[in-house]
Design a binder for this molecule. Structure first.
Ligand code: ADP
Ligand code: MG
Length: 252
């Protein structure tokens, strides 16, 4: 059984001129342990798809199955990382990380301990009491990552997590993300990462789903068979990048 299965997902939003159809018959599966990248033009419904996967939003039609069961409320085994970091500016790093734990009913002592563990894991040791405004973009996203990891999710959902960062910071964070995903002592088994940076998808993922727009559906599901660590100087990297580019262009 697949870990996650989307079956014929449709999503429309009420709109001045009738309904806006954002997703139409979107179907794919994610197997246990996979890292899947989702690429597609801006506005094709990628963020909407992530919200539907974790149960924050219900589809207009179709089903999301997680371990064979229909998702009809927020899936507590998933955690989201946002492009804009979504930190509370009036809270310290530690308090930002503890928010999700409080929502899940962890007692204060346990929250503090967990926050400490994941602050360490993302390399923010010493910044527990800092405020978001004192941090660089890369450090803010480390907080976003620690906040998601602290709930010990099985599935990490990432919405363009490195798009707001400079290229060098993004390279470092991508490497660290791979380490986190591969580490035996990390609860994260699966990652679904939405990105418009095609090289990022090729570098990280086991599979790349290409979505079309208007309305969004899967137009290609590509397996990435390149050995890790990957980079653009290695054989096969550019060929796959070009292929994904042309699939998106064809549809645009
Ligand atoms: P992407 O992440 O691929 O850029 P989104 O999922 O954010 O795309 O949005 C797809 C489309 O759905 C956009 O046209 C957006 O304006 C619209 N949309 C997204 N969320 C809502 C909402 N809550 N209400 C109305 N329209 C929405
Ligand atoms: Mg989006």
């Amino acid at each position: 059984m697949a870990l996650l299965e989307l079956k014929g997902i449709c999503k429309s939003f009420p709109h001045a001129k009738g309904n806006l159809r954002v997703l139409e018959d979107l179907s794919f599966t994610v197997e246990e342990g996979e890292m899947v990248a989702v690429v597609g033009p801006s506005g094709c419904g990628k963020s909407t798809m992530l919200r539907i996967v974790n149960g924050l939003m219900q589809p207009t039609a179709g089903q999301v199955l997680y371990k064979g069961r229909q998702v009809d409320a927020i899936n507590l085994e998933c955690a989201l990382v946002f492009q804009s970091f979504a930190l509370m500016p009036w809270l310290s790093v530690k308090a930002n990380i503890e928010i999700g734990l409080e929502a899940r009913g962890l007692p204060p002592a346990e929250r503090e301990k967990r926050a400490g563990v994941y602050i360490d894991k993302v390399g923010l040791d010493g910044f527990e009491e800092a405020y978001p405004r004192e941090l660089s973009g890369g450090m803010k996203q480390r907080v976003g990552l620690a906040r998601a990891l602290a709930v010990e999710p099985r599935v990490l959902l990432m919405d363009e997590p490195f798009s707001a960062l400079d290229a060098l910071t993004a390279i470092t964070l991508r490497e660290e993300l791979l380490d986190i995903w591969q580490a035996a002592d990390m609860p994260v088994h699966n990652i679904i990462i939405v990105t418009h940076i095609i090289e990022e998808a090729v570098e990280l993922a086991d599979r790349i789903l290409v979505l079309s727009s208007g309305p969004g559906r899967v137009v290609a599901d590509l397996k990435v068979d390149l050995p890790r660590p990957r980079d653009r100087r290695k054989e096969g990297f550019n060929a796959l990048t070009d292929k994904v580019f042309s699939l998106i262009e064809e549809r645009a």
